[in-house]
Design a protein around this ligand. Structure first.
Ligand SMILES: Nc1ncnc2c1ncn2[C@@H]1O[C@H](COP(=O)(O)OP(=O)(O)OP(=O)(O)O)[C@@H](O)[C@H]1O
Length: 261
């Protein structure tokens, strides 16, 4: 733990009641995330990664256990606008310009026109889309749209960024580039990031902490603290011994929890 915990999860269970009976999505999850950590959640489909992220964001209510964010409940943290959320699909409104999309949450929150303008410019430059504010989403590539959706999540300066497979639908080269950009942005803003991915290299490249999950019911199988430097991480680090060792540990952790059915 590099800093005081921002997200503190203890003995968390979540059971969905469905027509086919109860589904235990999360079982006995214990996790502490420090301020400024970059935490990746990796695990097979259905192991509860999204559900856990949604619990942190107060979009799901745990059946039991404790989850606090900066010492208050997830719901209170949501009301205090502690979260920015980035989804797998960029989810931009096609009838609004990029700037208009980024401005939307600020309009809803009642920021003044001048402050909206200010913040939109600032986050557009953070994701290097300064020149694209007046464009419409369809005029941008998939990677640029995803950057715009990150800018939207950053616009109200939430301390915690929750990202659910934001680059899953992009090709490898674009994904590499966005991984690098995201790391730079994380370093510059010092946000706490919780990031869901299916990609081992992506998890190892980005994270200070990798949470390996296993399914049925969704549990944390292993938490790996990354020995890679928090500072400069060029893409070439992926060929280093240390990187390959962590990737190996993640793969072993995934394999151990995998049921193959
Ligand atoms: N609203 C819901 N009602 C009932 N069951 C649900 C609901 N949401 C998720 N589940 C179930 O909870 C389990 C965990 O789902 P979740 O989407 O969190 O997994 P995941 O690890 O994010 O999967 P993927 O990698 O495929 O996105 C699954 O068995 C899923 O079917």
């Amino acid at each position: 733990m590099t800093a005081a915990p921002v997200i503190d999860i203890a003995n968390l269970d979540l059971v969905f009641q469905t027509n086919d009976g109860p589904v235990q999505a999360l079982k006995d999850v214990n996790l502490r995330i420090g301020k400024g950590d970059f935490v990746s959640f990796i695990g097979p489909s259905g192991c509860g990664k999204t559900t856990l992220l949604r619990c942190i964001a107060a979009l799901e209510t745990p059946t039991s256990g404790r989850l606090t964010v900066c010492g208050i409940s997830a719901d209170e943290a949501r009301k205090a606008r502690s979260y920015g959320y980035v989804f797998q699909a960029a989810g931009l409104y096609p009838w609004r310009t990029i700037a208009g999309n980024i401005r939307l949450p600020l309009e809803i929150m009642g920021y003044t026109r001048a402050e909206q303008q200010d913040r939109v410019q600032k986050v557009l430059s953070l994701v290097e889309l300064e020149a694209f504010g007046r464009k419409y989403p369809w005029q941008l590539s998939g990677g640029m749209q995803q950057r715009a959706s990150i800018a939207r999540a950053l616009a109200f300066d939430a301390d915690i960024l929750l990202m659910d497979e934001p680059f899953g639908a992009l090709d490898e080269i674009v994904r590499d580039h966005l991984n690098e950009e995201l790391l730079k942005l994380w370093r510059r803003t010092q946000k706490t990031i919780a990031f869901v991915t299916h990609s081992i290299p992506e998890a190892v490249y980005l994270s200070t902490k990798i949470v390996v999950m296993s399914p049925r019911p969704g549990r944390i199988a292993e938490v790996i603290e990354s020995p890679l430097p928090r500072g400069d991480r060029p893409l070439s680090i992926r060929e280093s011994r240390e990187f390959l060792d962590i990737a190996h540990r993640v793969r072993e952790g995934l394999r151990a929890g995998h049921a193959y059915d």
